[in-house]
Write a protein that binds this ligand. Structure first.
Ligand SMILES: [Zn+2]
Length: 196
């Protein structure tokens, strides 16, 4: 089941939130409460000492996309950094984009390297958007045959679909694309049989 994050009331407890952060040796620089005035729903955001953040809605750590609570804080909190690496690389149109060259920005100006300093290997990994995931910070990439969680499979494949359907307009094109994908699926699943 995929969490669509439509329910703004869903969150982890602040106690569990802080435990998750501190158990991983991370340092909280600010703890911000973002509250929706009409519903009264509140979310805690930990701003870490290195500029990354964790929200108790868990959207950034799960999807790799900054949540509405972060952007609400970003509008009001002076010098709160946003860097493109807070969006997980799987969402980029060009996954090989040199995001480490892009400066971080707060709402009013570009931040210097002293104000947002993440190691390059962190910026180029999912670790920037999910500080709780220490596995993606390894310098050595995981083996290609490693089994992935179903959620990761789903989101990685979803991000690959838009370029494939660009320009598709007719039923004939849709049928051809589906047939091509089915052929490709056979090759991926049964490579030896294809060779033989
Ligand atoms: Zn959030």
């Amino acid at each position: 089941m995929i969490n669509t994050f439509n329910n703004d009331k869903a969150h982890i407890s602040v106690k569990w939130h802080i435990q998750l952060v501190t158990k991983r040796g991370l340092s909280i620089h600010h703890l911000i409460l973002v509250k929706h005035e009409s519903t009264g729903v509140g979310h805690y955001i930990s701003i870490l000492s290195d500029g990354r953040y964790i929200c108790d809605c868990c959207m950034p750590s799960n999807l790799g996309i900054p949540c509405r609570h972060f952007f609400r804080a970003w509008i009001d909190v002076q010098n709160l950094p946003f860097h493109i690496s807070l969006i997980r690389p799987r969402w980029y149109q060009d996954p090989g984009a040199a995001v480490e060259l892009a400066p971080a920005e707060c709402r009013t100006h570009e931040l210097g390297p002293q104000e947002f300093k993440l190691p390059m290997r962190t910026i180029r990994s999912a670790f920037a958007s999910n500080p709780l995931d220490s596995t993606s910070h390894d310098a050595t990439p995981p083996p290609r045959t490693q089994t992935l969680p179903a959620r990761d499979v789903f989101h990685n494949v979803q991000s690959a679909i838009p370029p494939l359907i660009a320009g598709i307009q007719t039923q004939e094109q849709v049928t051809e694309l589906i047939q091509s994908l089915e052929t490709l699926q056979c090759v991926v699943r049964f490579p030896l049989q294809q060779i033989n």
